[in-house]
Design a protein around this ligand. Sequence first.
Ligand code: GLP
Length: 257
Amino acid sequence: MASLPSPHLFPSAEAASKALASEIGELVASRAATGQPVVLGLATGSTPIGLYAELVRLHRNGLSFANVTTFNLDEYLGLPRDHKESYWHFMHDHLFDHLDIPREKIHIPDGSIPEEDLPNYCSEYENAIARSGGIDLQVLGIGRNGHIGFNEPGASSESYTHVTTLNEITIADAADSFGSPQNVPVRAITMGVRTILEARRVVLLAFGKSKAGIIRRALTPGVTSEVPATYLQLHQDVSFFVDEEAGSGLREQLGPE
Ligand code: GLP
């Protein structure tokens, strides 16, 4: 049994984002110094926007990302790349258009793959991760229902990249950006729980009061498929970077100051 993921409580989302950006920056620079690549697993959602802004700032200050390969966690199925809610669009807008990562090293699941090609496409995504040497550091957010990527309540711990159906809480949370719940795609391609657990290090970011309950649950001993983030308790090197609000239920886990 692995030890519980360690929570790091930051005074603000900005401080947490800066801490993770500087960890990533050091990893990228130290590997570059010895001519080695770095493989990053990346997430979408509002939570990592500050992290991406900080990585862009590091790049503007001289850090090259030319040795970086990226794999995104997930993508809505049925959305073309240029749809404003596609994760392809999100990632280019917030990060990739501003860094020097070679385009062929950027991997985001393609939401426009025809139905009959999806099984092969998903195994090929997984093969590409393996061929790259595996993910060094996986960035995660968390859904209010405990999802990681689009691994929804009920997800198997053994899943690799696959097609999934979105949970009603996930659809409700995405409804505003899509204009209405009816416009939210019902399916997505997502890395599986096993894919995430195979990353060498995982950092989960969570900010704001709406995440306090699920962060407390994710860090309470007990692994259950009903709260996929509890699978992270099985990983040897995972940190939760949370702000005061998201960490407000963690007093007992953190112990006395
Ligand atoms: C989406 C993404 C997740 C993300 C979650 C939380 O459903 N698929 O990867 O962690 O939303 O989003 P937010 O960061 O906006 O709270």
